[in-house]
Ligand binder design. Structure first.
Ligand code: ASP
Length: 310
C-alpha cells in the first residue's frame, strides 16, 4: 500500500524527512507524525510551536495540541498547557482515554504530571525579547497584537492504510491567557478518517473554527472530490461566507490527503508554505498562494528553504 505525509509550513520539513523514513519502513502513521511534530516543538527557531513559541500577553507560553487516529476515531487534545516539553505526546496519550479526552490549563498540566511527562520552561530569552519588542510596538500602535502565529499540522498515511493527524501551536502572539484556537478542536484544526482521508488547518483560529473546515474537507473527499478540489472548495466557501457575513476573512490555509496518498492544499493568503512526501515524491517544500479564487503553488528554491522558517 502507498504511504504519504503532508504538513503545514516550511518548519515541518525536518520532521517530515524523519516521518518519511518511518513510513517507508512500514511504521505506523501515529509514530511517524508524532516524531515529526516533536521535532518542530523542540526547535526554538520555529517560533510559533513548542519550545520558544510565541508568548501570550502575560509573557507566558500557552500551548495547544491535538492528535486523531483515523482508524478508531480516538482523539486526544490539550489547550493552554504551560511548561511541558511535548504537548503533542500528551495529546497522543489522551487518545487512550474513553472520557476526558480534551484537557485544558491546570487540569491538562496535572494529567501530564501524573503520566510522567517532562516539565520544562518553554519560554526562551529570545521569546521574552520578542514579547518586549511587541509590547512596545503595540503601545506605539504600530502593530496589531495578533500579528504572528502558525501551527504545525501533519497528516500521515501508512502502508497499512491508517491515517492520522496531529497539530501543535502556541496560537496567536499576545493572545489573552486561556485563549484556545482551532488547532486542538476536532473538525476545525484537524480531522482524520482512514476510510476517506485527513486534513489540518492553520491561520486565525477564530475564523477557521467558524467553518469546521477540516471536517468539511474530509466530507467533500468522501463525496468523491480529489483532495485538491476538496481543499479549495472548503477554503473558498468559508472565505466568501466570512466576507459576506462579517466583511472580512482572516488567514485560512489547509493541507489534506486521501487514503490513496493523493494530496491537496488551499489558502486565502499570499504565501503559505507546506511540505509533502509520498511514495512518488521526496520531501518537497512548496509555496502556495491565492489569487482570483484559486490556489496555485510552486516548489520552493533551496535558497528560500535555507532562509525561511515558516
Ligand atoms: N490556528 C492557530 C490558532 O489560531 C494559529 C495558526 O495556525 O496560525 O491558534
Amino acid at each position: 500500500m502507498s504511504w504519504g505525509v503532508i504538513g503545514t509550513w516550511r518548519m515541518a520539513l525536518e520532521g517530515i524527512m524523519e516521518a518519511e523514513k518511518l513510513l517507508k519502513d512500514g511504521k505506523s502513521s501515529l509514530d511517524a507524525i508524532e516524531v515529526a511534530v516533536k521535532m518542530v516543538e523542540d526547535c526554538p527557531e520555529y517560533r510559533s510551536v513548542g519550545y520558544g513559541g510565541l508568548p501570550n500577553r502575560d509573557c507566558e507560553i500557552e500551548l495547544d495540541a491535538a492528535f486523531m487516529d483515523g482508524d478508531t476515531f480516538s482523539i486526544g487534545a490539550v489547550g493552554s498547557i504551560k511548561d511541558f516539553k511535548n504537548p503533542i505526546s500528551i495529546a497522543r496519550k489522551l487518545m487512550d482515554e474513553r472520557y476526558n479526552i480534551f484537557l485544558v490549563g491546570q487540569g491538562a498540566e496535572r494529567y501530564a504530571h501524573t503520566m510522567g511527562f517532562q516539565r520544562t520552561n518553554m519560554l526562551t530569552d529570545y521569546s521574552k525579547e520578542e514579547w518586549k519588542k511587541k509590547k512596545s510596538e503595540i503601545k506605539l500602535d504600530k502593530l496589531k497584537a495578533y500579528d504572528g502565529h502558525d501551527t504545525v499540522g501533519i497528516v500521515g498515511l501508512d502502508r497499512n492504510g491508517k491515517m492520522a493527524v496531529a497539530t501543535s501551536t502556541s496560537g496567536l502572539f499576545m493572545k489573552r491567557s486561556g485563549r484556545i484556537g482551532d488547532s486542538p478542536l476536532s473538525g476545525s484544526g484537524f480531522y482524520a478518517d482512514s476510510e476517506i482521508g485527513a486534513a489540518s488547518a492553520t491561520g486565525v483560529g477564530e475564523d477557521i473554527m467558524k467553518g469546521c473546515i477540516s471536517y468539511e474537507i474530509v466530507r467533500l473527499m468522501e463525496e468523491g472530490l480529489h483532495p485538491q478540489e476538496a481543499a479549495e472548495k472548503a477554503v473558498n466557501k468559508l472565505n466568501q461566507k466570512l466576507i459576506s457575513k462579517r466583511g472580512e476573512a482572516k488567514d485560512i490555509s489547509v493541507v489534506c490527503m486521501n487514503n490513496k496518498g493523493e494530496w491537496g492544499v488551499a489558502t486565502n493568503i499570499n504565501k503559505f508554505s507546506f511540505v509533502v512526501a509520498t511514495e512518488a515524491e521526496e520531501p518537497t517544500v512548496y509555496i502556495a498562494s491565492f489569487s482570483d479564487g484559486k490556489t496555485t503553488y510552486v516548489k520552493a528554491t533551496q535558497e528560500w528553504i535555507d532562509t525561511h522558517t515558516e
